[in-house]
Design a protein around this ligand. Structure first.
Ligand SMILES: [Zn+2]
Length: 481
């Protein structure tokens, strides 16, 4: 059975037909780097990881881009209020915005590594792509889709083909925008129109020269410009949280479709909300949990939950189902993962058995992940496999193959967090930078099919006191010798 995915734009399950199966192009809306990622953010990014891992299991190649919004105004309310989140955080901390952005970008990469997310091929920073944003606005201007005054530029949504694909909004139905003097709205003709460019207030840290005056770009143009630069005006899959569907995705799509006449993303995937104990996460509610909050035991004493425990918890639900995170649920997931690892360990230490069942189990796993990334059913296949009497090499091979998608340490030697470290991001703790760099270089060579070159690097890594083992997907893991 071929891969099929739910496309939020057409609101139906579609067969996945990438333009180039050897290079499936994927864009994910990334973090605004002014605070730590919470578990809701991580659940959304997990969707991209599961998509990439499933594609690779099925034999596709991937090319993925995730932006870093380092001049942040991710939330429309904030944008309406004209507030840049990164700058606001910097002001509160008494630090330059660039420093805040760098700090939380590093924190984001660390969280990605802890969650075992395969790294994107490119992480473009919004602040480094303003010329691309300006040139995209100019294309819109050439098409007569832009208006404004006093340094404010707006996109005229009536010029966008197919506007309303996500919101279902019929244009012209809304009342004309109220004439107010409130910030960025002041020259808007209709409520759906949105800001492409705003004038910089005096002393603003991030600002750029443009033909419309010194200023800064609106949010929707950021993702549009970066996606087009790295993936072209038409690519395979766009991923993001459901809360970004409107207006962000509606508007990014409108910009690109209007400027280029192309379709932008072929398939749109949205991860559902995560609630905590039935409530929306909010800083004020004190329930914006991070991986560190999960690691710290909520009851005091004991060891808390690992990122793999959280990952397993997420996998027990389909990505499009809202998730209600509870501490009891997390504890149950951690126990289930621990039992599963134990069962696989015992099975793989036994004699080889179950060759006959393996082919059917393998096919079943492929089928369920191909069905719109149905991870709850994939976990059910793993549980079924350990009950079916597989053993020895058969158990090890199946667990290794399935863990390429699930990435929950099925072959972990202990129930505690894996002692091994992914080398995709920066240096894992305790591993010298030079060794991590060699390991990354080796990964790149392996991905490119240069196995002789990769083997030579393995020897250099050994000489430095580390073993590197391959857990599939071309990713080496390091272990001290
Ligand atoms: Zn975006």
């Amino acid at each position: 059975m071929g891969l099929s995915l739910y496309d939020s734009a057409s609101r139906r399950i579609v067969p996945f037909e990438p333009a180039d199966p050897a290079r499936v192009r994927i864009y994910t809306c990334g973090p605004t780097v002014y605070r730590y990622a919470h578990i809701g953010n991580l659940r959304t990014y997990l969707l991209t990881d599961l998509l990439i891992r499933t594609l690779r299991l099925l034999g596709y190649g991937t090319f993925t881009v995730q932006n870093i919004t380092d001049m942040g105004h991710m939330h429309q309310e904030q944008l309406e209020a004209g507030e840049d989140k990164v700058i606001a955080a910097a002001r509160a901390a008494g630090k330059p915005a660039g420093e805040i952005a760098r700090f939380f970008t590093e924190a984001f990469f660390r969280d990605c590594a802890r969650m075992a997310f395969l790294p994107a091929d490119v992480y473009p920073r919004a602040s480094e792509h303003v010329p691309e944003m300006i040139s995209l606005v100019r294309s819109l201007e050439d098409r007569g889709a832009v208006y404004g005054a006093d340094g404010y530029l707006y996109f005229d949504v009536t010029k966008a083909p197919g506007y309303g694909i996500f919101s279902g909004a019929g244009l012209g139905e809304a009342e004309p925008a109220e004439r107010t003097d409130a910030g960025i709205h002041r020259h808007k003709r209709r409520p759906e129109d949105f800001t492409l460019w705003m004038p910089a207030e005096p002393g603003r840290e991030y600002q750029w020269e443009s033909r419309w005056g010194r200023g800064w770009p609106g949010w929707h143009i950021e993702c549009a410009a970066m996606a087009v630069k790295y993936l072209g005006p038409e690519f395979d899959v766009h991923v993001g949280g459901i809360d970004l569907r409107f207006p962000h995705h509606e508007n990014s799509r409108a910009v690109v479709a209007t400027a280029t006449g192309k379709r932008f993303a072929t398939v749109w995937m949205h991860a559902a909300h995560l609630l905590v104990e039935g409530k929306k996460m909010a800083k004020s509610a004190g329930n914006e949990h991070t991986l560190d909050d999960l690691a710290a035991d909520p009851g005091g004493g004991g060891h808390g939950f690992s990122p793999a425990d959280f990952r397993y918890y997420c996998l027990t639900l389909h990505y499009a189902s809202p998730m209600n995170f509870t501490w009891e649920g997390q504890a149950a997931a951690a126990r289930a993962l621990s039992r599963l690892r134990g069962a696989i360990r015992r099975a793989s230490r036994g004699g080889t058995s179950g060759e006959g069942a393996a082919a059917a189990l393998r096919a079943e796993f492929c089928n369920v992940v191909s069905d719109d990334l149905n991870m709850p059913r994939a976990l059910a296949v793993v549980h079924k496999a350990v009950r079916s009497g597989i053993g020895g090499d058969v158990a090890r091979a199946l667990a290794a193959e399935w863990d390429m998608v699930l990435a929950i340490g099925l072959l972990s030697e202990t129930d505690a967090e894996s002692e091994t470290a992914d080398v995709g991001f920066g240096a894992p703790e305790g591993v010298p930078d030079a060794v991590a760099a060699l390991a990354r270089e080796r990964d790149a060579l392996r991905s490119a099919g240069d196995y002789a070159g990769a083997d030579a690097l393995r020897e250099r890594i050994r000489a430095a006191g580390y073993d590197v083992s391959d857990q599939g997907m071309g990713r080496g893991r390091l272990r001290k010798r």
